[in-house]
Design a protein around this ligand. Structure first.
Ligand code: MD3
Ligand code: FE
Length: 215
């Protein structure tokens, strides 16, 4: 028997966490090499940096963006803008491999024709975390958000539409893709502090790409 003949077990596992919230395990793995190359080009043009929240706190997560719009924060607030505040230049263009991956993942989760115009790149080093929040800076909540986890695993928390609801936890590993749309789009969510580790693709870090329709 040919051990490599049966591709059926290779399909990304699909888990529905709640209505509209779908995890596609390992969905990004076939594109791993292309994604990492493209990501290297994006961060060379628009370096990862720690931004400051409106409350004056330095984020433990470092970030950058690609696409027509990028998410930024400073002492004046959170927003999307077409230029990198550090360079004044437009954000790097969204690599085709990113755009296609986001579109395919959204379609697999039941959201056809997803056309993201923003990709936020988050970098987690050990200890970095993202406290519970909602994503509300996008203009149109009808479009889903697609997120791609790369490198070290993290514990993701997702709650309900009210901050008071106790969040559930799910492990996100290298190559996992999540799609949040419909009733799940405005769920509170966050990431627990990253544990130390070593990963073949990213070293001692985790990277998350989130694709959004910002404008
Ligand atoms: C659920 N990033 O950048 S991605 C963010 O892993 C953010 O870097 C996390 O939350 C990270 O805003 C989580 C998964 C995610 C993204 C957006 C969502 C889950 C979401 C929007 C609504 C509900
Ligand atoms: Fe978020």
């Amino acid at each position: 028997m040919n051990l490599f003949e049966d591709l059926s077990q290779c399909q990304a596992r699909r888990e529905e966490l709640s209505r509209g919230a779908v995890v596609l395990r390992a969905f990004a793995l076939p594109d791993e090499a292309e994604i990492l190359t493209a990501l290297g080009e994006v961060v060379a043009e628009a370096p990862l940096r720690h931004m400051v929240t409106p409350g004056g706190f330095r984020m433990s997560v470092a970030l950058t963006n690609c696409g027509s719009y990028g998410w930024v924060t400073d002492h004046t607030g959170y927003r999307y803008q077409p230029t990198d505040p550090d360079s004044g230049k437009p954000w790097p263009r969204m690599p085709d491999v990113f755009r296609k991956l986001a579109r395919d993942a959204a379609a697999t989760a039941g959201f056809e024709n997803f056309g993201p115009d923003a990709c936020l790149v988050n970098l987690y080093e050990p200890g970095a975390r993202l406290s519970l929040h909602q994503d509300k800076n996008e203009r149109d909540f009808n479009a889903p958000i697609v997120s791609v986890s790369l490198g070290l695993p993290a514990v993701f928390m997702w709650g309900g539409l009210r901050r008071q609801e106790r969040p559930a936890r799910v492990q996100l590993a290298h190559g996992d893709v999540m799609v949040w749309g419909g009733p799940a789009r405005l769920c509170f969510h966050g990431v627990l502090p990253l544990a130390d580790g070593c990963h073949h693709a990213t070293g001692g870090r985790r990277i998350n790409l989130t694709f959004r329709k910002a404008a």
